[in-house]
Every structure is written in C-alpha cells, then in structure tokens.
Design a protein around this ligand. Structure first.
Ligand code: HEC
Length: 124
C-alpha cells in the first residue's frame, strides 16, 4: 500500500484509539528497561559510560549524559550505530550491532531513552 495511504491509516488509528497511538510512538520507559538489560554493562546503569565491562575498553563506551557530545548526534546516526554497530559510523567495533537482538521499534525506544539522559533534551 502506498506510503501516503499508510500514513493516513496510522493517523486515523491514532485519532480513533488515543491510547494505542501512544504505544506506537517511541517509548522511553520501554527503552529504559531495554537499556538496563542490553547496554548498561558497558555504558553504565546511569549511562555514564562506566559499566562493569567498560574498564578494559579503549575507547571507553560513550557517556550518554555528555550533552555536548550526544546532542550533536542525529537520530539517524544513533539509529545506525545502535543497529549496525560502531564500525558502521567509524567507531569502535566494541560497540556491538543490535539489529539481530532488538527490533527497529525497540531501538527507537532505546534512543528515546538515551535522549532523556543528556540534558537539555535535544531534537535534531
Ligand atoms: C560490549 C560493550 C557495549 C555494549 C553492550 C553497548 N555498547 Fe554502545 N558503545 C560501546 C563502546 C566501546 C562505544 C565507543 C565507541 C567509540 O567511541 O569508538 C560505544 C558507543 C556508543 C554510542 C556512541 C556512538 C557514537 O557515534 O559516538 C552509542 C549511541 C551507543 N554506544 C549506544 C548503545 C546502546 C543503545 C546499547 C544497547 C542497546 C549499547 N550501546 C551497548 C560499547 C558497548
């Protein structure tokens, strides 16, 4: 079905089902629990880049609370690095690819959560 028609269907559903529409948007609360499960061992429970596995890594896992750094990264960039791993954006291969583990929707949830860690929240 053509894209514009799909958008209409989504908008229609959103209007009809208010609550369900919220579930379709990226969900930072879900992202938080995914983050704790899959990312915190390297990036740290608070996202500061100091998880238990981080000590031996060079470069260190990123500090997601570093606003100057994180807010400069676009959502596209974050989508690519989380889906395809560090080498996809010329970063360390120690940053794994998550596309086999997480669905695109789950990756968007995790990114929504990352955006809450760096203050002020950015909207690139
Ligand atoms: C095995 C350790 C490890 C795990 C697990 C891990 N990362 Fe990373 N991550 C890294 C390392 C190391 C870097 C730094 C790469 C660099 O700067 O070259 C990094 C960098 C990043 C960056 C910054 C990318 C950039 O362009 O600078 C983001 C965003 C990120 N990780 C998100 C995540 C998310 C989300 C998860 C969980 C789904 C996750 N990481 C899980 C090790 C890890």
């Amino acid at each position: 079905m053509p894209y514009s028609y799909r958008v209409c269907v989504v908008v229609f559903c959103a209007l009809m089902l208010g609550g369900a529409a919220v579930a379709m948007a990226a969900d930072a609360a879900k992202g938080r629990s995914l983050y704790q499960e899959y990312c915190s061992m390297c990036h740290g429970a608070q996202g500061k880049g100091n998880g238990p596995a981080a000590a031996a890594m060079q470069p260190r896992p990123r500090d997601h609370t570093d606003s100057a750094y994180m807010n400069a990264l676009s959502d596209d960039h974050l989508m690519r690095v989380v889906s395809d791993g560090g080498p996809a954006v010329n970063r360390s291969p120690l940053m794994p690819a998550w596309k086999g583990t997480l669905t695109p929707a789950q990756i968007r949830d995790v990114i929504a959560y990352l955006r809450t860690l760096a203050a002020p929240a950015s909207k690139p």
